[in-house]
Design a protein around this ligand. Structure first.
Ligand SMILES: [Fe+2]
Length: 375
């Protein structure tokens, strides 16, 4: 009999965050993996403590276990494109290319990487407005709410992402500012990863909004992370400001197949609980395809519609801000949460994390697929 225990981190919001104890990840039986998987799809974000010794290979194998047919890293080779906004943030482990090193500061050697300079993404490089330098140590923002997904080509959004805290600097607190006219703020640990539930985001919609998201699909921009490399984000990290700064179509890399442009359901189903999550990557939305075939293609309108749908879901009381300890291994349901990097580190605050996800073997399951199956 398994001795694994699953403890919600916040009993008032058990759907977002749980700690898993008494689990041996080095030799995980099928029964124990089934418990881990059920916990992940019930609590969306699960943490196993004390995993500093986990090898990159073991991390990749554990992550693959959620989708055994999955193969390459979730972004494939697309992060190699120098203009991609993701390029500076991720360094690939040479002997385990599904695993990326992220963090802050100078690291002389790690897993075959030498003299690497890690840079924790800072909102000043991405947001249209910024917190003044003199307030930067104490205040921060959500950098960018997102799903881990290439959203272009043949790469399906990964089912699960794993994050391992290998090294973290001494703890301190910051005040997160939404800076969107709401006066919302949130106390967060330095360098937290913030999560919100796509299931809650869907559940709290008005009935007519639910009808809209269940029957509409979202089209993502081609080469999405190059496309927005010259544009700026809203201060809440939830999508872009519309001022015509995106890379022009004729300046993007070519689109080799028209089918490389991804048009995905707005709502994705949880394979265990069967609940619906509102899952839209707000920064790279391009068009909305409506129920009877018409398309909203005015970019500013598309962004406003998506922001209105998503903003209630990132209200302070709905955010789970993980308080990282060294050795924490977090798995999150990338088909059921949005997440954001948070925090502003000083140069000498060294942090080293490993991230792994795999392009899924299947596209996300949306309401249309369910209706087609039922018909
Ligand atoms: Fe991410």
């Amino acid at each position: 009999m398994s001795t694994i225990t699953v403890q919600p981190i916040n009993p008032t919001n058990p759907g977002l965050g749980a700690t898993i104890c008494n689990i041996n990840l080095e030799s995980l039986s099928n029964v124990d993996f089934a418990i881990l998987r059920e916990a992940l799809y019930t609590h969306s974000v699960v943490c196993v403590k004390g995993q500093s010794g986990l090898t990159p290979k073991a991390q990749a194998e554990l992550t693959r276990r959620f989708d055994p047919e999955a193969q390459s890293y979730g972004h494939g080779k697309t992060i190699d494109a120098k203009r991609s906004i993701l390029h500076p943030d991720l360094k690939t482990v040479p002997h385990q290319p599904e695993v990326q090193v992220i963090g802050n500061g100078f690291v002389s050697e790690y897993e075959g990487l030498k003299d690497i300079r890690l840079k924790h993404p800072h909102h000043r490089t991405f947001h249209k407005t910024v917190i003044p330098d003199e307030k930067d140590v104490d205040f921060t923002r959500f950098y960018r709410w997102h799903i881990d997904a290439a959203l272009f080509g043949r790469l399906n959004p990964p089912m699960v992402t794993s994050l391992l805290a290998v090294h973290i600097p001494p703890a301190r607190k910051q005040t997160l500012l939404y800076d969107d006219g709401s006066n919302d703020t949130l106390q967060v640990p330095l360098g937290t990863t913030a999560f919100v539930s796509g299931y809650t985001m869907f559940d709290i919609l008005a009935p007519e909004q639910k009808e809209f998201v269940l029957t509409s699909r979202i089209e993502y921009a081609p080469h999405p992370y190059v496309w927005i490399s010259t544009a700026k984000s809203r201060p809440d990290g939830l999508g872009m400001v519309s001022e015509g700064l995106e890379v022009a179509d004729n300046a993007l890399p070519p689109i080799e197949n028209a089918s490389d442009v991804q048009i995905l359901p707005m709502v994705w189903q949880n394979p265990v609980t069967k609940r619906f999550a509102l899952q839209i990557h707000p920064s790279v939305v391009r068009k909305i395809h409506l129920k009877y075939g018409s398309v909203i293609d005015d970019l500013a309108s598309v962004r406003e519609i998506i922001h209105d749908l998503q903003r209630p879901g990132i209200a302070p009381e709905r955010v789970y801000a993980h308080d990282w300890e060294q050795g924490d291994l977090v798995f999150f349901n990338n088909h059921g949460v949005l997440h954001s990097v948070v925090g502003a580190f000083k140069e000498d605050e060294i942090r080293l994390f490993r991230q792994c996800n795999l392009a899924a073997s299947q596209p996300p399951v949306g309401p249309e697929a369910l209706m087609a199956t039922a018909a």
